[in-house]
Design a protein around this ligand. Sequence first.
Ligand code: PLP
Ligand code: COI
Length: 341
Amino acid sequence: MEKKNIDWANIGFGYIQTDYRYVSQYKDGAWDEGALITDPTITLSECACVLQYAQTCFEGLKAYTTEDGHIVAFRPDLNAERMMNSAAGLEMPPFPKERFIDAVQKVVEANAAYVPPYGSGASLYLRPYMFGFNSVIGVKPATEYQFRIFATPVGPYFKGGAKPITIRVSDFDRAAPRGTGHIKAGLNYAMSLHAIVDAHNQGFDENVYLDPGTRTKIEETGGANLIFITKDNKVVTPKSSSILPSITRRSILQAARDYLGLETEEREILLEEVKDFAECGLCGTAAVISPVGKIVDHGNEICFPSGMEKMGPVTQKLYDTLTGIQMGRIKAPEGWIKVIQ
Ligand code: PLP
Ligand code: COI
């Protein structure tokens, strides 16, 4: 199959329309059989629940070309499970796990010409999402829904690729203490839009949010979890009920222990102890592992010893292990890789 004529090595994290998307409609208490379609647009009521009350959640996962020429997806079962949790949190009907995985398979297969070649540094990003479809004017959940997946080839989330970024401690919160921070609700991202525009205007790459209850602990950024490396090479990551349970973070912790023999710890991390870490990184499907060189807290610069030029040494090992597993250079733990073709 011939690949599309795209400058794979130089694409950023943007939307490039592909040929096929998957859609399934929920009506009268059941999902229909679903289908691949070519129309990239959606027509819906002006009063659709998603438009009026933001009843929508989404997922993000990637498909890769491996070293030996297969196309694979990374842990789609965990995205399926997380989306079922997100749906439950928003009073939406869960889209069944096996059907989610089958839809991923269909969308990637149908758009195989858009899966970036091995070694290009790019991948095919999949965006499953679902939303309240029918008209709702009193505040209540919809009764009809659409589940969809589209695909788009992407490069690095942050412009500099693997260059360390600078993030700032945000004065805004992205989630409430007993709110929706732990699910992938669209509303969490709406909450972060003003903060991210403001951060960019002030010259920062991203916001790091504090726990909304006490504002003393580190949570996560707008689109990724955080990892820290201690001076004695332990991988530490924040534990909180208001952050998204990142699949990348869970994979990194397991790989750190099982492949690199590193100690890992999930615990509350105070803002005031961040200055004592040796390395810091963002982790997520889009972010992969993006090194953080500096955290700015209201003019106070916390500079990690790993510096602003390259990833710290432990972060680099984690990055090489994670991407090695994803691209088929390193044998994956059982069940992590779904071979599409
Ligand atoms: N945290 C937030 C707020 C995110 O949007 C994402 C992206 O999905 C993550 C963390 C990372 O999660 P994952 O590794 O499952 O992509
Ligand atoms: C992802 O990593 O899949 C996300 O959803 C994060 C977003 C910033 C693109």
